[in-house]
Design a protein around this ligand. Structure first.
Ligand code: SAH
Length: 351
C-alpha cells in the first residue's frame, strides 16, 4: 500500500468504506495467523524510570507517585500464575530502571525458563548491547521497544535522550534482531504534534522493519507530564493533527495488519481504556490477534500509571483472565495454545 493510500484511510470518515478496511484487515488476519488469540501475561516489575518522557506518567520528574520494584520471588510467582492460566508467554515490563541490574534480571529469566515453558518477552527500555545479549543468552525470547513516532523532531521532544547517549530506537531494534530476539515495536496514536503524514510514515516503518510484533494504542494525556501540562497550547497543525481516538486506533491496527500480515498484534489496554465495553473485541475484529492480561500483583497496579484511568486497573489476575477469555470466545475466536511465536520470526529463522 502506497503512503498516499495510507493517508487516505487515516482520513476516511465514511462508515461503509471503513467497513471495507475492517473486512480486509480481518481477512488478512484470518488467512495469516488464524482464529487463535494468544494471551500473554503482563507483569509490570518496576515503575522507577530514569527518563523524562513527555508522555509517560512514570517520568523521573513525577514525584507524586510511589515507586516500587518487585522482588525476584514476586516475579517468578507471577510467571507461575501465568502458567496456571494457560498463558504461553510472559511480558516483563518496567520503566527504564538501572536498579534492575543486568545479572539479577538474567537470573530471574533463567529461573522462569527453568521452571516453565513460557516464552519470555522483555520491555525494559534502552539497555546496552551487553545487557541485551546477556538476557538473550539467559533465555529471553522477545523484546518490545516502541519507536513511538518516526518523526525525529517530535521524538526528540517527547523522548529526550540521556546525557551523552542519543536515543536511537530504530538502531536498537536492528541490534535486537541481530542478537536473535523476536522484535516488537509500535507507536502512540494522536501524540500532540503528530500529523497524518507522520503516522503514515510510522505504518510504512512497520513494514520496512518487518516487525514480528506491533503494539499501538491511543496517546492518553497524563497531567503529571510535559505534554499533559502543555495540552492547551499545542502548535497549530492546520488540520493535520492526528486525533487520539478509538476510531484512529482501529485504523492503525487494520493498516498494521495489512502491512505486516504475519505479525502478532495486540488489542491493547490503552484501546480498552477508551472503550471499556467492547474496545478489545473490536481491536481483535479489525486486525489484532493478541491480548495481554495483567498478572501484576494488585498492590502495585495503580503505581504503574503510564497514563490515567487505565482499563482493568483493579481487576485481579483471575478476573482479568476470565474477562479476556469471555471476550475472545464471544466473537467466535479461539484461545491460542503454546508460546504463540510470531510466524514471521519462524519464517526468518528457517531461511
Ligand atoms: N520503559 C519501557 C516501557 C514503557 S511503557 C520503554 O520505554 O520501552 C510501554 C509503552 O506505553 C510505551 O512504549 C508507550 O508507547 C506507552 N505509553 C506511555 N505513556 C503513554 C500514554 N500517556 N498514553 C498512551 N501510551 C503510553
Amino acid at each position: 500500500m502506497k503512503k498516499e493510500q495510507i493517508i487516505e484511510w487515516l482520513k476516511e470518515a465514511n462508515a461503509a468504506k471503513l467497513g471495507l478496511l475492517w473486512k480486509l484487515a480481518d481477512d488478512v488476519r484470518k488467512k495469516n495467523v488464524g482464529d487463535d488469540v494468544h494471551l500473554r501475561g503482563l507483569v509490570e516489575i518496576s515503575n522507577y524510570c530514569i527518563r523524562r518522557c513527555g508522555y509517560c506518567g512514570l517520568n523521573a520528574e513525577n514525584t507524586s507517585i510511589d515507586r516500587y520494584r518487585m522482588t525476584a520471588e514476586e516475579i517468578i510467582s507471577c510467571a507461575d500464575e501465568a502458567v496456571n492460566y494457560g498463558y504461553g508467554a510472559l511480558v516483563i515490563q518496567s520503566g527504564e530502571d538501572y536498579g534492575i541490574k543486568a545479572q539479577w534480571m538474567a537470573d530471574v529469566i533463567r529461573s522462569i525458563k527453568s521452571r516453565t515453558a513460557l516464552a519470555v518477552t522483555l520491555s525494559l527500555g534502552e539497555r546496552t548491547d551487553e545487557e541485551l545479549a546477556l538476557w538473550k543468552k539467559s533465555g529471553a525470547d522477545r523484546y518490545l521497544l516502541r519507536f513511538e513516532t518516526s518523526n525525529q523532531q517530535l521524538y526528540e521532544k517527547i523522548h529526550p535522550s540521556l546525557p551523552g547517549k542519543k536515543s536511537d530506537r530504530f538502531a536498537m531494534l536492528l541490534r535486537l534482531r541481530q542478537i536473535g530476539y523476536e522484535i516488537g515495536s509500535g507507536v502512540m496514536i494522536g501524540i500532540p504534534g503528530q500529523s497524518y503524514e507522520d503516522l503514515a510514515d510510522d505504518i510504512e516503518c512497520f513494514g520496512r522493519l518487518s516487525l514480528d510484533m506491533i503494539g499501538c494504542g491511543p496517546y492518553i494525556s497524563h497531567p503529571k507530564t510535559q505534554l499533559g501540562r502543555e495540552n492547551s497550547e499545542v502548535e497549530d497543525m492546520q488540520g493535520q493533527q492526528v486525533p487520539n481516538t478509538e476510531l484512529m486506533t482501529y485504523k492503525v491496527i487494520a493498516l498494521a495488519r495489512i502491512m505486516c500480515p504475519l505479525a502478532n498484534i495486540p488489542s491493547t489496554t490503552a484501546l480498552a481504556t477508551l472503550n471499556t465495553e467492547n474496545g478489545r473485541e473490536l481491536g481483535l475484529l479489525r486486525g489484532a490477534n493478541i491480548v495481554m492480561p495483567n498478572v501484576t500483583p494488585i498492590k502495585y497496579r495503580s503505581m504503574y500509571e503510564i497514563y490515567p484511568a487505565k482499563a482493568c486497573i483493579n481487576e485481579t489476575a483471575t478476573q482479568c483472565h476470565n474477562c479476556m477469555k469471555g471476550r475472545i470466545l464471544s466473537i467466535g475466536r479461539t484461545i491460542g495454545q503454546g508460546r504463540g511465536d510470531s510466524p514471521s520470526y519462524k519464517q526468518r529463522k528457517s531461511v
